[in-house]
Design a protein around this ligand. Structure first.
Ligand code: NOJ
Ligand code: CA
Length: 563
């Protein structure tokens, strides 16, 4: 059954075990704590948990510097605790995906320790070496301003090694067949322990040619197919969600023309243009980015996100657009990072304005793709700009008004909890919001429920209905004779908007509001005329036929997939 493609419609929630819930009172979140919070996540409507790296690591890049791929960092628990957690998810019908960080290891990894110790080491060729300082050593840094180079001399090795990221993250030589085999083995290991797939870190760099003589790195896309094939041999419904901030013209190389590569990719193009739209009130570049990222295989899916654990990367906008977003959401230098982005969390960026938060989440849930929520964003958590780099948006989850937000009983949480100002845990916490029917938490729960009732978003073909006002974004999805339509007003003033739904006969005349009683009937000319309040949004089912009723008689047909 085609509905088996679970990732086409779902709600993904990402979290770090270390900052979610501490069960044993040592100040560090752990798997046992997370296990206790599964009912919270299930209640929110989350279908898939994405765990950021939790394997043993010196923790110099929030776990993205792994020193053992086959274990659990003892700070978070044991492999046994992981399995209990995986089972707890399974019991509740939730899936788990985990980070797969194989572009590089930690410099403390046994492979690197062995590789640097002697030229004869069996692991020497697992990394990328050069006897001399390569000419391009000061090029291609991912963290400009913090990272000085991409090649560092290692005294023990008597050679230079390549690192796309920080110097403690030596790049694996991913062209080496032994390394490739090890990557498959890592996937196989975690699949066996119950995960449904991977968020693959830094994919363009994983598949890139690497070396001192490489002037222009070339992506070896075939590698993606071999990852995918292996994974699906082991477990048919397992997926890879690729982190690849690439240009739309290369998207199909990542998905594969016939959908034989990555099932999912984060839509960075839409993400950046979405923030521009929120900052400027102009939806036109966003519409363009939707068109540019439209081509994808029927089985592929976009991961649609607002903020994640990294900076909001605005590198693909024009300079003027970037400045507009900086001015609106991160005017202070201390809020910006790596000359290209903003490191704040969503709520403070939007001034804590509930209308704008709902607008942003509503867009995340209705643009083409599967929404990926960052933990704490369901509460409107804030950031701590006193913490360095991206850490400002990685503070512990705020559960209650108990000390340290109920995150830990220790007086020394591993990362300070936000305890001051409007976003302090006394004001922003799950316990309080759970009891308040009008809270952001309960609103998020309702919007997730409704998102699940519009599978057209994940499956359907979409079109943007153009209207003259650039602040209005109207998007319609058609799938299996059902249509849904979403309207967003990106501007603060209320707007009047008129449009018709391009469907034959009576079909487009009635728009049934999915969130309120405020339905719309077209005039004699078939036009809908609406007044949308500032930052307002509308979710409609077109024609108003009961989806559930209708669905039962069309389910037997051979599904037609969008092309
Ligand atoms: C991308 C991750 O999202 C980021 O947090 C990390 O620092 C780099 N990859 C290196 O692994
Ligand atoms: Ca703990």
């Amino acid at each position: 059954m085609i509905d088996d493609l679970w990732y086409k419609n779902g709600v993904i929630y990402c979290l770090s075990v270390g900052t979610y819930m501490d069960a044993n009172g040592d100040g560090i979140g752990d798997f046992r704590g997370l296990l206790r919070r599964l009912d919270y996540l299930n209640g929110l409507g989350i279908t898939t948990i994405w765990l950021m790296p939790f394997q043993p690591s010196p923790g110099r890049d929030n776990g993205y510097d792994i020193s053992d791929y086959y274990g659990v960092d003892p700070r978070y628990g044991t492999l046994g605790d992981f399995v209990e957690f995986a089972h707890g998810c399974k019991q509740r019908g939730m899936r788990v995906i985990i980070d797969l960080v194989v572009n590089h290891t930690s410099d403390q990894h046994g492979w690197f320790q062995s590789a640097r110790s002697t030229k004869d080491s069996p692991h020497r060729d697992w990394y990328v070496w050069s006897d001399k300082r390569p000419a391009n050593a000061d090029k291609g840094m991912v963290f400009p301003g913090v990272q000085k180079s991409t090649w560092t001399r290692d005294k023990r090795a008597g050679a230079w090694y390549f690192h796309r990221f920080y110097d403690f993250q030596p790049d694996l030589n991913t062209s080496n067949p032994h390394v490739q085999a090890e990557i498959l083995k890592i996937m196989g290991f975690w699949i066996q322990l119950g995960v449904s797939g991977f968020r693959m870190d830094a994919v363009p760099f994983v598949i890139s040619t690497k070396g001192a003589k490489v002037r222009k790195p070339v992506e070896q896309y075939d590698m993606l197919r071999s990852f995918r094939e292996f994974l699906q041999w082991r477990q048919g419904d397992a997926i890879i969600l690729a982190e690849a901030n690439v240009l739309p013209e290369t998207d199909m190389n990542y998905f594969g023309r016939d959908g034989e590569r990555m099932q999912m990719m984060f839509n960075f193009q839409v993400n950046q243009n979405l923030f521009y739209a929120l900052a400027s009130g102009d939806s036109r570049p966003l519409t363009k980015s939707l068109a540019a990222t439209k081509p994808r295989p029927a089985t592929a899916q976009w991961g649609l996100f607002l903020r994640n654990h990294d900076e909001l990367d605005l590198g693909r906008l024009t300079k003027a657009q970037r400045e507009t977003v900086f001015k609106a959401f991160g005017p202070d230098k201390s809020m910006q990072l790596y000359d290209r982005g903003i490191r704040r969390r969503l709520a403070p960026m939007l001034g804590g304005d509930r209308r704008r938060l709902e607008l942003a989440y509503s867009l995340m849930c209705t643009l083409p793709g599967t929404p990926v929520i960052r933990y704490g964003d369901e509460l409107g958590m804030g950031d701590d700009l006193a913490l360095p780099e991206r850490n400002c948006a990685r503070t512990p989850m705020q559960w209650s008004t108990e000390p340290h937000a109920g995150f830990t009983e220790s007086d020394r949480p591993c990362v300070p909890v936000i305890d001051k100002g409007a976003y302090g845990y006394e004001h922003v916490n799950a316990a309080k919001q759970r009891r308040d029917p009008n809270s952001l938490l309960n609103w998020t729960e309702r919007i997730i429920r409704m998102r699940k009732e519009v599978p057209e978003v994940g499956w359907g073909d979409f079109k943007v209905i153009t209207v003259r006002d650039p602040a209005m974004l109207i998007i319609q999805y058609d799938w299996r004779n059902n249509s849904v339509l979403f309207i967003h007003n990106l501007a603060e003033p209320p707007r009047e908007v008129a449009f018709s739904v391009g469907l034959p006969g009576e079909a487009g005349k009635l728009l049934v509001n999915l969130l309120t009683e405020d339905h719309s009937r077209a005039d004699d000319r078939g036009r809908h005329k609406l007044l949308i309040e500032g930052y307002g949004y509308r979710w409609y089912r077109v024609g108003g036929l009961d989806y559930l009723l209708k669905r039962s008689d069309i389910d037997t047909k051979t599904p037609r997939l969008p092309r």
